[in-house]
Design a protein around this ligand. Structure first.
Ligand SMILES: [Zn+2]
Ligand SMILES: [Zn+2]
Length: 318
């Protein structure tokens, strides 16, 4: 898979974010193409590609080792596990317990376009724009890790931007959602069960913005339906505690990410098995991507889409 994150310019220098990439692969080795890299006190050329590996908490390359390896940009390409990713920016690679942590520093707008490409492929223009503003707000609400953000579902997925996702970022440049004067970390998810959830409904904390339940016409007409079966011994908490995002994430780690697709379900037991029947896909808080696509197809603009799913927020320029 080849992915080139195209340069999206327009913001002043300094509007950069740090994202740990390729985190789902947990790589212990990768090939890095960059201009010059620094490892320990050494400076070596990585123009033709160098192999970088993790050795416990140290990084090794070309016989050198150090706590971190860094490149100076302007572009880096990382290959590992059959994936090849190119970024306009620089990378710092650290290691933790034999796993490499490549942290790229890229322009915010490049990252926004990359999130839109990953999250709303093929959507109508206004839905792409709404997604771009949500993605930008998410980043500008502040780092979620000591190193910035990750590229898993915990933070935001990224893939190579295409023309329409880059245009959505450019068309909404600097626009963010704010609540009470602060940028709201605009959450979103795949599809709801006809109404979205407030943060409290999903058992999530959400300062400064608490989210509101919104009726979602697209999903109300025909919600995505799912069923899951789990061994009762391990899934007893589902019956005792009822749905919550915390529990869903805990059980996802145990049984696989998509096992419990959403927080809207009924649970019952049958011969030692817990059976869940639910609707929707994702945590259910914030923007429903399926509903946003539906609204855009019915002629709604991005501002109307965002107002619908993020009540009591304002569009502001950052
Ligand atoms: Zn994260
Ligand atoms: Zn929906």
């Amino acid at each position: 898979m080849i992915a080139l994150l195209a340069l999206a310019c327009g913001l002043a220098a300094g509007s950069e974010i740090r994202v740990a990439v390729l985190q789902l692969l947990r790589p212990s080795q990768l090939t890095l193409h960059a201009g010059q890299i620094a490892i320990g006190a050494e400076r070596i050329s990585a123009r033709d590609g160098v192999i970088v590996s993790a050795d416990g908490n140290r990084v090794r390359s070309r016989g050198y080792s150090g706590e971190a390896l860094s490149s100076t940009g302007p572009q880096v390409t990382i290959e590992t596990g059959g994936m090849r990713r190119a970024y306009r920016g620089s990378v710092e690679i650290r290691a933790r317990g034999g796993v490499l942590l490549p942290i790229v520093t890229i322009e915010l707008e490049q990252a926004v376009a990359a999130v839109v490409a990953a999250e709303m492929p093929g959507a109508q223009k206004e839905a792409l724009r709404a997604q771009a503003i949500a993605a930008r707000s998410y980043y500008l609400a502040g780092d979620r890790h000591a190193f910035g953000f990750c590229d898993t579902t915990h933070c935001q997925f990224l893939t190579a931007p295409d023309a329409s996702s880059s245009a959505a970022a450019k068309d909404t440049e600097r626009l963010v959602l704010t609540h009470a004067g602060r940028v709201a970390r605009a959450m979103y998810f795949r599809s709801c069960s006809g109404t979205t959830l407030s943060a409290a409904d999903a058992g999530l904390s959400s300062e400064p913005y608490s989210y509101f339940s919104a009726i979602c016409e697209t999903c109300r007409r025909k919600p995505y339906q799912w069923e899951a079966r789990l061994p009762q011994a391990q899934a007893e908490r589902l019956l005792r505690e009822g749905p919550s995002e915390t529990l869903r994430v805990q059980l996802a780690r145990q049984f696989g990410w998509n096992t419990i697709a959403s927080n809207t379900y009924t649970a019952f037991t049958e011969g030692g098995t817990v059976i869940l029947r639910g609707t929707g896909h994702g945590h259910g808080v914030g923007l429903c991507q399926r509903g946003a696509r539906g609204m855009a197809e019915s002629g709604a603009g991005y501002a109307a889409i965002l107002q619908h799913y993020f009540q009591a927020t304002e569009l502001s320029r950052k």
